[in-house]
Write a protein that binds this ligand. Structure first.
Ligand SMILES: [Zn+2]
Length: 152
């Protein structure tokens, strides 16, 4: 585990990732690590599992199957981190200065999920109620308007 980070229970979801020391805005905190595979292979592997830690990258046809500290970071609609991609590697970066003890959270911006909903329980006043990306919410709303009963 990268130094200065710990995993412990969280109010948002079972476990979360916290910093034990202050972090400056713009700092790369850690990398989203894990085995890499084509998305269809991951979908097959996790077809019957509700919780996965897949992170799409590149042209979104590949995923990282999260294994490491970053997979414990929860989604929040008022994030203090964001993810950035460089040379097909995903890094978690601080969006603002943080104090020791803060839980590290970023917006998942989920897309292309088989789940009908991905509810958010971050509890922030501006909570969007979903972990889907804005574009994904729009896409789904259009499908509903077209009268499709199933979203896939
Ligand atoms: Zn939320």
């Amino acid at each position: 585990m990268p130094s200065g980070l710990i995993v412990k229970s969280s109010d948002i979801h079972a476990a979360g990732c916290y910093t034990t020391r202050p972090i400056r805005k713009g700092r790369r905190i850690c990398e989203y690590t894990g085995p890499r595979m084509p998305k269809p292979e991951a979908d097959k592997r996790y077809a019957d599992r509700y919780v996965t830690y897949l992170f799409g990258y590149g042209a979104k046809d590949m995923v990282i199957d999260g294994f490491g500290t970053a997979m414990f970071m929860n989604h929040c609609c008022e994030p203090n981190c964001e993810t950035e991609e460089e040379d097909e590697r995903i890094f978690v970066v601080a969006l603002r200065d943080m104090a020791a003890g803060e839980e590290l959270v970023y917006e998942y911006n989920l897309w292309d999920s088989d789940e009908a909903t991905q509810d958010c329980f971050c509890g922030k006043p501006n909570c969007r109620g979903t972990m889907f990306a804005a574009a994904e919410v729009e896409r789904r709303e259009k499908l509903v308007k077209k009268g499709q009963s199933r979203i896939s």
